[in-house]
Design a protein around this ligand. Structure first.
Ligand SMILES: [Zn+2]
Length: 287
C-alpha cells in the first residue's frame, strides 16, 4: 500500500497557531516544568473480592503483569493522548511520563482532559495529575512541560513504548528517530485536518521493521497540522486504536494476526482500512 497517510498529513499547514499566540506570557507562572504524581492502588474491601483487573482475563494475548511493568512515554497531552493515557492508567499502566510544552487554553476544554482550574497551566503537569486519579491500580505519573526534543535532552526518560499524539511532523520525526535509536516501539496517532478521519501507525522496535518514514516518505518535517475542526469523537476513536496498539506492542499479538496501520473515517465515506506497511528501501530514518 502506497503512502496511506499522505493525503491526511501533508495538507496545507495552518500557520495560525490559534489563541495561544494571544495568551499574554506575563500572566503565566509556569514554574518548574516537572510534576511527579503518585497514586495508590484502590484497596480491596475483603479477601474474596476479585482483583481490579480480573475482567482482563480472557482478553486475547493480554498480560497484566507485563503491562504493569512497562514504562510508557506519551508525547503530546492534547485530545489524543489525554484520551489514551486516562485509559492506559485505567487498564493498569503503572509508570507513565507525559510531555508537552503547551499550556491549557479555553478551546481545549471541549475535548481534552482539562478543567477550568487548569487554564493557563502546563498541559503535561495538569494531565499527569488527572491521569493519576484514573490509575485505580496505583501509578507513578510524571508530567514534563517541555517539547519532546528539550525534554529528552534535559531528562533521562525511561520508555519501553513511546506514544506520539501530536500535530506536527517535526516532532513525529524526532520520536521516530529516538524510538529507533533506543530500539523501542512507537505509536503515532494522527487526525485529518477536518477531524473526520484518523490513522494510527505502530513502529516496531526492530530495525528490520518499517518506521513512520517508511510509511510516509513524503512527510514534510516543517509542517504542522492542527485540527481545524477538532471533534471529540475522532479523538476517542483513534485513542481506542492507539491503546490496542500499545497493548500489542507491549504484550505481543498471541494468536492474533499482526498489523501496524489502521485508518478509520467517522463519516463512513472512506472505507476503514487495516494493513501491514512494509519497510521502504532508502528510508531516511532507517538508512
Ligand atoms: Zn524507515
Amino acid at each position: 500500500m502506497q503512502d496511506p497517510f499522505e493525503s491526511m498529513i501533508n495538507t496545507t499547514a495552518d500557520e495560525d497557531a490559534g489563541p495561544l499566540d494571544d495568551f499574554p506570557e506575563s500572566l503565566l507562572e509556569l514554574g518548574d516544568p516537572l510534576e511527579l504524581v503518585h497514586a495508590d492502588e484502590v484497596p480491596s474491601t475483603h479477601p474474596l473480592e476479585p482483583g481490579l483487573f480480573a475482567r482482563h482475563d480472557g482478553i486475547p494475548a493480554h498480560d497484566q503483569k507485563l503491562l504493569e511493568g512497562s514504562r510508557i512515554l506519551g508525547v503530546g497531552c492534547g485530545g489524543l493522548n489525554g484520551a489514551v493515557f486516562v485509559r492506559m492508567a485505567r487498564s493498569g499502566s503503572k509508570v507513565m511520563t507525559l510531555l508537552d510544552g503547551d499550556i491549557v487554553d479555553r478551546t481545549n476544554l471541549s475535548r481534552q482532559f482539562f478543567l477550568g482550574d487548569d487554564l493557563g497551566q502546563l498541559k503535561a503537569k495538569r494531565l499527569a495529575q488527572h491521569v493519576a486519579t484514573h490509575a485505580v491500580g496505583g501509578a507513578d505519573v510524571t508530567g514534563i512541560g517541555l517539547p519532546f526534543d528539550e525534554a529528552i535532552e534535559k531528562y533521562t526518560i525511561p520508555a519501553d513504548l513511546i506514544i506520539a499524539g501530536v500535530d506536527n511532523n517535526e516532532c513525529r520525526l524526532q520520536v521516530a528517530r529516538e524510538a529507533r535509536r533506543r530500539g523501542k516501539p512507537a505509536i503515532f496517532s494522527m487526525l485529518s485536518r477536518d477531524g473526520m478521519r484518523g490513522n494510527v501507525f505502530l513502529q516496531s522496535g526492530s530495525p528490520l521493521e518499517p518506521c513512520l518514514w517508511c510509511a510516509l516518505p513524503n512527510l514534510d518535517p516543517d509542517r504542522i497540522m492542527p485540527c481545524a475542526s477538532a471533534i471529540i469523537s475522532s479523538c476517542f476513536m483513534m485513542a481506542g486504536f492507539t491503546i490496542f496498539f500499545a497493548h500489542r506492542a507491549l504484550m505481543g499479538w498471541g494468536d492474533l494476526k499482526p498489523f501496524n496501520w489502521r485508518e478509520a473515517d467517522l463519516t463512513g465515506i472512506a472505507p476503514d482500512r487495516i494493513g501491514m506497511i512494509r519497510k521502504r528501501p532508502g528510508c531516511v530514518v532507517c538508512g
